[in-house]
Design a protein around this ligand. Structure first.
Ligand code: GLU
Length: 546
């Protein structure tokens, strides 16, 4: 049979050739060592932690090699696609500050970046494969294929359309022409020339050397609706988008022999592959893939709502991506993860287990290192979306809020009170009269009112001893004096020697004052708290303790 005749019969409207595509999508002018990577999700909804992590990796690899990071949408499975799927994915990736060089909305020179818009490209390549005798149409119906499967099962043979079972391989041009003229539907299959008894060896960037049997199955390259399944689509896309490094789920690894056969049949140079282990989660005693359906912490909205900083999530990803990252970060705590050199060989070969507590801990440390101004502006942005009343308040008291956030911050060991923006209000609400004098105020203050000693301490201390202009040392000396005057020991050590001699120690005494003005038993530095509250607020609060 003349393959060109068959190619023209199957794809009569395709006039462009692979050579035309090669010219259209020129080799990228890249620096030596630069990587072109891509994230290629289906548009099935919002990104979740699993694919946010999966996209972090190619983004990092492209950015740090001065390369290109592409977002490509794989929507050939129309059943799973949702209407605004592309926008949602882009929104999430941008929220995480991923640097995307080419995507379906901003475009680029290697598009379209949505697979269903690339049909012509796939058909050009399909036509080429037919023309060189490496692909043929198959007219087998569903029930015939089922029958074949049953027969192979009965005979305990490998399942698939291969070798002697590849019935349509043998069709003549005339037979094919007749079937097409009769309107029979067909799929295009690879004419595999692999040998299952031989092995193929390839190098995976994460897993190293891999040996697998060659592919000998005549897999489907184009479905009857003209849309290619993943294999041909990704070969065409990655080739003409000039992708150098494919990062994808490791469930694709068993298909690599088929994919490599296809890359080779098309005459394209295969890219490097890095098969990534998915983000797992511990579910009781079992370990499974993180799931959007089962795990609330899989949704990115969980982090938005809680106000966990984007950078903290990325620091967490960095720590699971490369085993040596944490050590580096410990030595360089003020640097961005972007300054670390990531490599595939430092990726875990067993699946990373998602650990929310670790992420929270990273977030706590991260937030403690920000300046008060940075925390303020991020908090403001978060509150604008999730806590409007608090937003109004901190917007109104900008400088005051920054000063509150600055207590015990710019010191060698800053406080690590909160791990997210949503927790901050719980730590500072008492500093604002608007929140302090709420409906529970009286109930809180009854505690002091009913405690005679505490009641007296608070009133007397502010009447006689407290002066807002005192520096910290003077303030503390006066506090000690007041303490002794009230029968408390100004030395914890002395108090411990003979507690019966005192009503309590300076710890109890200062606690009374702390509770008196904040109604909390734990706050950051009391001197700073009092100074920031200021005389008016203090007097107003003390006067409520009748
Ligand atoms: N759409 C495929 C998936 O979501 C992409 C695989 C790839 O990155 O090549 O699994």
């Amino acid at each position: 049979m003349n393959n060109n005749d068959l190619a023209n019969l199957l794809y009569p409207n395709i006039t462009k050739t692979i050579a035309d595509l090669e010219k259209e999508f020129k080799d990228r002018k890249l620096w030596d060592g630069s990587k072109v990577t891509r994230f290629a999700p289906s548009p099935t909804g919002r990104v979740h932690m699993g694919n946010l992590y999966a996209s972090f990796i190619p983004e990092v690899i492209a950015r740090e090699s001065n390369g290109v990071f592409i977002l490509r949408i794989e929507d050939t499975d129309s059943k799973r696609a949702i209407a605004n799927g592309v926008e949602l994915i882009l929104e999430d990736l941008k929220h995480y500050d991923y640097k995307i060089d080419e995507d379906p909305i901003s475009g680029g020179n290697y598009g379209p970046y949505i697979q269903t818009k690339r049909k012509e490209i796939y058909h050009i390549v399909a036509k080429y494969l037919v023309s060189i005798g490496r692909a043929y149409p198959c007219f087998c119906k569903e029930d015939e294929l089922d029958e074949l499967r049953d027969k192979q099962k009965r005979r305990k043979e490998r399942i698939g359309y291969y070798g002697k079972y590849a019935k349509c391989r043998k069709l003549s041009y005339e037979e094919i022409k007749n079937k097409i003229e009769n309107g029979e539907s067909w799929v295009l299959r690879l004419k595999s020339n692999g040998d299952f008894n031989k092995t193929i060896i390839f190098n995976d960037l994460v897993k190293g050397r891999i040996e697998l049997p060659e592919n000998d199955i005549d897999q489907v390259l184009v479905k009857s609706d003209g849309i290619p399944p993943y294999a041909l689509a990704h070969v065409c896309d990655d080739h003409f988008m000039r992708v150098t490094t494919v990062t994808r789920d490791d469930s694709y690894i068993s298909s690599v022999p088929f994919h490599l056969e296809l890359w080779d049949a098309c005459g394209f140079k295969a890219p490097e592959f890095a098969h990534l282990l998915p983000l797992n989660i511990k579910d009781g005693e079992t370990i499974r893939k993180i799931s959007k359906r089962k795990d609330p912490e899989a949704a990115v909205s969980f982090y938005h709502k809680r106000g966990i900083p984007v950078e903290a999530v990325k620091l967490y990803f960095a720590s699971i991506m490369n085993s040596n990252f944490e050590e580096w970060f410990l030595l360089n705590p003020t640097k961005s993860y972007k300054e670390f050199h990531f490599t595939f060989d430092k990726m875990s070969k067993s699946g990373p287990i998602f650990d929310l507590n670790k992420l929270i801990n990273i977030s706590k440390n991260y937030l403690s290192r920000l300046t008060a101004k940075e925390v303020y502006s991020n908090l403001l942005e978060w509150a604008k979306e999730y806590d409007k009343d608090f937003y109004d308040l901190i917007y109104k008291y900008k400088d005051y809020t920054i000063s509150i956030l600055n207590i015990e911050r710019e010191v060698e060991k800053p406080r690590k009170d909160f791990s997210s923006y949503s927790e901050i209000k719980d730590y500072i609400w008492y500093m604002y009269d608007e929140l302090f004098f709420d409906e529970n105020f009286n109930a809180r203050y009854d505690f002091i009112r009913n405690n005679d000693d505490m009641n007296l301490i608070v009133k007397e201390y502010f009447n006689i001893y407290y002066d807002i202009n005192d520096d910290k040392d003077t303030w503390f000396e006066k506090m000690k004096k007041a303490c002794e005057d009230f029968g408390y020991s100004s030395s914890v050590k002395e108090y411990k020697k003979d507690p019966s001699k005192y009503k309590g120690s300076i710890i109890d005494f200062s606690m009374a004052i702390r509770v008196g003005v904040t109604s909390k038993i734990a706050t950051p530095d009391l001197y700073e708290i009092l100074r920031l509250l200021g005389t008016n607020k203090i007097i107003k609060r003390v006067n409520y303790i009748k």
